[in-house]
Design a protein around this ligand. Structure first.
Ligand code: PLP
Length: 391
């Protein structure tokens, strides 16, 4: 254990502040460290393991594909890729999918789609992408440029040009931006995840959508974190009665394997043509087989269960000792402690056997969507106890 930590510290790039815990195995929402200590997993690998650790149905789908064919180049057809694209289109009403390997890459694809659409329908000068302040869209140089948080930008200049950040909730600022810049697209998260689990105002989402529609601006929703059942709907935009031109997703989609998807609606369905984009691993059959099994299980009954668990979590934390506020949607929950720092709470929770996350000054919970009522109740009780002790 200490040797592993030492090796990791010496040889792995120091981009992550790791806790001194080595996870060796798990099942569902329980994981175990090298000393055999058990934890309830309330972070699910940052919203990735949608059905928990080593879920039987998911593992079967993946291993069956693994022993049939693990990879093929995109020069040939494979069934899981076509199946997954069909499922995603049928369930969203959108038309075509480009598969990548991560959320950032799904957003890169969306940005290329918006720019090419604008270049063909307006002019090559119409390349500006409007995003929101406090947003998070990824770590590549272009998705960093899209990310509306200065502290990620500072030492990586120059970033990809052509991004403008506006204040969420401020319609007139958006109208000004649309007037002052030659705008190709707008990209938003319905609930800002890394930004502090902050839902946008529903009226703002609808107004922004309508402005984009009127101005023929490609309206894109980043569902990398909010997607695939996390919000209590299959995709969070479905809570607001809109149909975006582009939806990007990743994290929970693969259930634990790397996959991203850029799902394109009618207006932009044929923007990407032969040679416009590509990815060696994109549409990998093992990742797609896992994703097919994830998406197939997120039906109306399952989503109703997600919403029921969500209500339980929100109502339990609201107004309890030491809790300033609770924000989020579905099983994407941000708890603002009134006195303690979020990282103090997370540290104490690890000692007590619960893994949770932070987002800015909040304790962030992203449990597996199928977490049992018993484990959810146990974890929530421990977190509540820690927050009240630290207040
Ligand atoms: C995590 C996240 C990303 C980046 O996804 P990666 O798979 O890490 O590239 C992009 N957008 C949102 C909203 C995210 O939460």
């Amino acid at each position: 254990m200490s040797e592993i930590i030492a090796n990791d510290k010496e040889y792995v790039a120091g981009t992550y502040a790791r806790f001194p815990v080595e996870i060796v195995k798990g099942k569902g929402s329980e994981v175990f460290d090298a000393d055999g200590k058990r934890y309830i997993d309330m972070g699910s690998g940052i919203g990735v393991t949608a059905f928990g650790i080593s879920d039987d149905i998911w593992a079967r789908a993946v291993t069956e594909q693994l022993s049939a064919v693990q990879h093929m180049s995109n020069l040939y057809y494979t069934s899981p890729c076509a199946q997954l694209a069909k499922l995603l289109c049928e369930k969203t009403g959108l038309k075509k999918v480009f598969f990548s390997n991560s959320g950032a890459e799904a957003n890169e694809c969306a940005i290329k789609v918006a720019r090419k659409y604008a270049a063909e329908h307006k002019s090559c000068q119409h390349y500006v992408i409007v995003t929101l302040k406090n947003s998070f869209h990824g770590r590549t140089l272009t998705t960093l440029a899209a990310t509306g948080q200065e502290h990620y930008h500072e030492l990586f200049q120059p970033l990809t040009p052509g991004f403008v950040h506006v204040e969420s909730g401020n319609i007139s600022e958006l109208e000004e931006a649309v007037k002052n810049y030659k705008v190709a697209g707008m990209l938003i998260e319905c609930v800002q995840g890394e930004g502090g689990v902050l839902p946008l105002d529903g009226e703002y989402i609808k107004a922004a959508y309508n402005i984009c529609k009127k101005e023929d601006i490609v309206f894109m929703v980043d569902e990398v974190q909010t997607g695939n059942g996390r919000s209590g709907m299959l995709y969070a935009y479905m809570n607001y009665g809109i149909t975006p031109d582009v939806v990007t997703t990743a994290k929970g989609l693969g259930g634990g394997l790397p996959i991203g998807a850029c799902i394109m609606g009618e207006k932009v369905q044929n923007v990407l043509g032969f040679g416009d984009h590509g990815s060696t691993y994109g549409g990998n059959p093992v990742c797609c087989a896992g994703a097919v099994s994830v998406i197939n299980r997120i039906d109306d009954d399952f989503l109703a269960q997600v919403r029921r668990k969500s209500q339980y979590v929100f109502s339990t934390f609201k107004g309890t000792t030491g809790v300033e506020s609770v924000s989020g949607i579905g099983l994407m929950v941000g708890i603002l402690p009134s006195k303690a720092s979020a990282s103090e709470v997370v540290k104490k929770c690890i000692e007590r056997g619960v893994l949770c996350l932070t987002a800015k000054n909040k304790v962030r919970l992203l449990p597996a969507l199928n977490i049992s009522d018993e484990l959810l109740c146990e974890a929530v009780g421990i977190i509540k106890g820690v927050i009240s002790e630290l207040s």
